[in-house]
Ligand binder design. Structure first.
Ligand code: XMP
Length: 509
């Protein structure tokens, strides 16, 4: 295993995903969570970037890592930390370098095997390494950064000022692969082979007990349910809570896919009225998320009791489709990373007195997708765009009511339909319609209209962490806008969002 020590990077997950894509298992750990056991079981360490300066000393970190005689790669802050801790000098920045730079290899070295002498890299830093520690040498430099890559070959300790994990660094994955080769690490992690291992783990953990799982309509809970069903058959009971904050066809899709997969115990609960009532007059995004989370718990708890009574059983386990990024983000491994919004509703089990089982807890989304294919989950289900847990409630800016929900749902449907017709649906990473509760004047036939506006957002992305707006053809945009204004009640204007992420997020709230 490779331990990635997260010093507050916004992209620590990218490092882990890149390493896993090279068939090596990697885990992310907070700097103060690195025990002797972790050090012993790790074959190498990667020290991430982060917002701090090495002089701030705010981060409590186990320095034994540095002297464990294991290969280390420091990235950005990690690079500066290596230089600082081994006796070099880091210069405090008076200006920051942010963006693409040209890296020039300064010395023939295995870290730069199969990488051209010059190549583009992504820089994002303030401080720089000014003076190298003894035994270290410069391996590559850029115009603004003399020590862009440094290393002590004998100890197998390296530092790079740029970010090999981001896509803008053209040979970043090659550099990570070269590090794994130098570190002599076996490439034996294959997510495709996981199915049997996970099923056996479930069997061992659950035994003969009954398990309850909430299906969200997304791929993670469905894959978890599939594995559970294969492990314990009809001792698994699925509950799908229809919050009414869903897209057209969502509930039907869940029903159909469960039927196709042969699930026998599925309860579908229509709770739309209760969600709408609880959201009345609530406009603050995080408050909406909180209320939606609580309403889910309440309804789920009632459903559980009803099933137990009707079937005369007692649930011992609650299964969840939690995946690795959910777990790490909600556990706040990145204590120093800024909080933008709460994405994860992992509070479910606290009140329920059930043991929690999370079969996908160590997997990334692409690994779950690979599993889903093997489990014969229909492709149409897998290709659906990501949809946030709080649903359309966070796509209606401000307060939510039945009319606005109807408008945004219908606009989303038209947008999706037109994207699918032209095959743009599969070319974009995510698309959405949001309702802006600001009224503008329009003209409909001979009448004045005074209605809300819909904003459309379609983005291209690799992982949702950064995104660009999709360059949809203007004829397509015209068709969509015309249909929305003609067919959706309460809307007389359509906007198209051309902001990148960052600085904007994908959703509006
Ligand atoms: P942002 O808006 O942060 O979104 O750029 C990144 C991805 O996360 C989804 N998202 C959520 N997913 N609960 C979720 O399960 C949430 O509260 C939530 N907010 C955003 C968003 O749709 C995008 O795919």
């Amino acid at each position: 295993m490779i331990a990635i020590i997260d010093f507050g990077s916004q992209v620590a997950h990218l490092i882990a995903r890149r390493i896993r894509s090279l068939n090596v298992y990697a885990e992310i750990l907070a700097p103060d969570a690195v025990s002797e056991t972790v050090i012993a079981k790790s074959s190498a360490f990667i020290l991430s970037g982060g917002p701090e300066s090495v002089y701030d000393q705010k981060i409590n970190f186990n320095k034994d890592i540095l002297y464990a005689n294991k290969p280390i790669l420091g990235i950005c802050y990690g690079h500066q930390l290596i230089a600082h801790e081994f006796g070099g000098k880091v210069l405090r920045a008076n200006r920051k370098e942010f963006g693409i730079a040209t890296l020039a290899v300064a010395k023939e070295h295995r870290l730069f095997a199969r990488i051209p002498r010059t190549s583009p890299v992504w820089m994002s830093h303030g401080d720089t390494v000014e003076q190298l520690p003894a035994e270290f040498e410069i391996l590559a430099e850029s115009d603004n950064c003399k020590a862009a890559a440094i290393g002590c070959t004998q100890k197998k300790i390296f530092g790079v000022q740029f970010h090999p994990e981001v896509i803008h660094t053209q040979y970043g994955v090659q550099l990570l692969e070269n590090f794994l080769t130098i570190a002599d690490i076996e490439r034996d992690w294959h997510p495709d082979n996981l199915q049997n291992k996970l099923i056996n783990e479930i069997k061992a953990e659950v035994g003969d007990d009954a398990v309850l799982i909430g299906l969200s309509g997304g791929i993670d809970s469905l894959v978890a349910a599939c594995l559970l069903r294969m492990a314990i058959d009809d001792k698994l009971h699925c509950v799908y809570v229809d919050s009414g904050l869903t897209r057209i066809g969502d509930t039907h899709h869940v029903q159909e896919v469960c039927k196709a997969l042969g699930f026998s115990n599925l309860s579908i609960i229509d709770a739309s009225a209760q969600f709408l009532k609880n959201l009345e007059n609530i406009s603050e995004p995080e408050e909406k998320r909180r209320i939606i989370g609580h309403t889910f718990i309440e309804i789920f708890e009632t459903a559980k009791q009803k099933i137990e009574k009707e079937k005369n059983i007692r649930f011992e386990f609650l299964a969840q489709g939690t995946i690795y990024p959910d777990r790490i983000e909600s556990a706040q491994a990145s204590v120093t990373a800024s909080k933008i919004k709460t994405h994860h509703n992992t509070a479910l089990p606290d009140t329920m007195q059930l043991r929690v089982i999370e079969p996908l807890r160590d997997l990334y989304k692409d690994e779950v997708r690979a599993l889903a294919k093997q489990l014969h989950i229909p492709a149409a289900f897998l290709q659906r765009h990501p949809f946030p847990g709080p649903g359309l409630a966070i796509r209606i800016l401000g307060t939510v009511d039945a009319e606005k929900l109807e408008s945004v749902r219908n606009a989303d449907y038209i947008f999706t339909q037109e994207l699918q017709k032209t095959d743009w649906y599969n070319k974009v990473w995510q698309s959405l319609a949001a309702l802006i509760p600001v009224k503008t004047v329009g003209v409909m036939g001979d009448h004045r209209s005074y209605e809300y506006m819909i904003v459309l957002r379609a983005i291209t992305s690799i992982d949702g962490m950064t995104a660009d707006w999709a360059k949809l053809p203007d004829t397509l945009l015209t068709t969509i806008a015309t249909r929305i204004v003609n067919e959706v009640a309460g809307v007389n204007r359509v906007l198209y969002d051309i902001t990148q992420k960052p600085p904007a997020t994908i959703e509006y709230e």
